[in-house]
Ligand binder design. Structure first.
Ligand SMILES: *[C@@H]1O[C@H](CO)[C@@H](O)[C@H](O)[C@H]1NC(C)=O
Length: 400
């Protein structure tokens, strides 16, 4: 008996060890620049890139404040174009106010205002609407954020599978997603698109945090099954998004039926990139692999029967389809989207060695001895809560 218990314990330890991340010998994803630059303009060497904002007419106030922040902190030097998408026709008020604001910075800019076609926004015909409605009511009763709102589900599906095919975005390769009511709290004095391209990066983020588990009970299982069926090899970033089961071997696979577990009974740790800010290469989403993944997820119906967000879909896809070093953390971009913010700090050498990307909360409160801003002229938000370092530290181990 004792022998079997010992054997099981040894097996569990070995199993858990297969989830350890081998950290690279050097930092594979340092910031492109630290501190303020005399804007690095690259002359004619601009990227094939645009800003994209999805908004409703009533978001006008938040849209204006986001645009102002982006223009002030970055785009008054770089002059990238803006594309605005709406599922309904734009009001003249929205178009005029936004155009006037952009013209204050750049008289030659021609912002584009487009409507999303019906085939990209709304229920596909295989969705059982009664079932969708009752799932939404259920999720709402369980306080899953926004899950009761049909349009929120349409939006998550659009951002997961369609935005990059919208005709207003087809002329571009790179996008920077901006949401209403966000702000950048540091100046950005170099061109992130050009640097992404130069450094072979495909997907960039500022915030990594935990997903609300109740919004995605079966998403991870579906994606893990897709990964297995397409024989996609496991990257360290994928592993970093998982946690091992500590059940003994014969029981482990029974756990496969729990939310966000894969068929072996190990689970997603719910860490993902917050997609309301993204700078990425649309060719990632336009690839046949990503289209196949999205189509598979879309057929399943979880965008409606659950509340799958585009953030976990993009994040898990990036972990599957990219090398970890093709995913870039904009460690020097201060960013606020209420109620959370990311504020750039430099970890101490000791923290770095232990996988600490950002100092712990306690350290920060007391004023971290060696913490310095990575960013340029940062004025972090005094009200929004600073994102905890746990997810960052886990995911960043793959590259530093
Ligand atoms: C920009 O990228 C898009 C999508 O890859 C491509 O169709 C277009 O030709 C590119 N434009 C330029 C000027 O390179």
């Amino acid at each position: 008996m004792l022998f079997f218990v010992a054997l099981a314990a040894v097996e569990i330890i070995f199993h858990a060890k297969t989830f350890a991340i081998a950290r690279p010998a050097q930092n594979l994803d340092p910031p492109f620049y630290v501190g303020c630059q005399n804007p690095v303009l690259n002359g004619a060497d601009r990227a094939n890139a645009t800003f994209v904002m999805l908004a409703r007419n009533r978001d006008i106030g938040g849209a204006l404040s986001s645009i102002r922040s982006v223009q002030d902190q970055f785009n008054h030097n770089f002059h990238y174009p803006w594309v605005f998408l709406n599922d309904e026709p734009w009001t003249e008020n929205f178009v005029t106010q936004v155009s006037d604001l952009i013209a204050e910075y750049d008289a030659n800019a021609i912002p584009v205002f487009e409507v999303i076609p019906e085939n990209m926004w709304g229920y596909p015909d295989w969705i059982d609407r009664d079932k969708a409605r009752s799932s939404m009511d259920n999720m709402k009763a369980q306080d899953v954020p926004y899950a009761g709102k049909e349009s929120y589900h349409h939006m998550c599906r659009f951002n997961s599978g369609f935005f990059f095919d919208h005709h207003a975005l087809l002329p571009y390769k790179w996008y920077w997603r901006v949401e209403p009511s966000i702000s950048f709290t540091c100046a950005i004095t170099y061109d992130p698109f050009v640097e992404m391209e130069r450094h072979d990066k495909r997907y960039g983020y500022t915030v990594a945090l935990w997903e609300v588990g109740k919004s995605v009970p079966s998403l991870f299982r579906k994606i893990a099954d897709w990964k297995a069926s397409r024989s996609i090899s496991t990257t360290t970033l994928w592993t970093a998004m998982m946690q091992p089961s500590y059940l003994p071997w014969p029981l482990r696979s029974l756990a496969a039926w729990l939310p966000y577990h894969d068929s072996s009974g190990d689970s997603w740790n719910l860490c993902h990139f917050w997609s309301n800010f993204e700078i990425a290469d649309m060719d990632l989403f336009r690839s046949s692999e990503y289209r196949d993944l999205f189509h598979y997820l879309d057929q399943d119906g979880g965008f409606y029967y659950e509340r799958w967000g585009d953030a976990p879909v993009h994040s898990l896809a990036a972990a599957l389809l990219l090398r970890p070093d093709q995913v870039h953390h904009f460690a020097e971009f201060g960013y606020t989207h209420s109620p959370f913010q990311y504020c750039p700090w430099t970890p101490t050498p000791d923290e770095l060695q232990h996988g600490g990307l950002v100092p712990s909360k306690a350290d920060r409160k007391g004023g971290h001895k060696n913490a310095k801003y990575l960013g340029c002229n940062c004025k972090c938000d005094s009200k929004a809560e600073v994102i905890r370092p746990t997810c960052f530290n886990r995911l960043r181990q793959t590259v530093m």
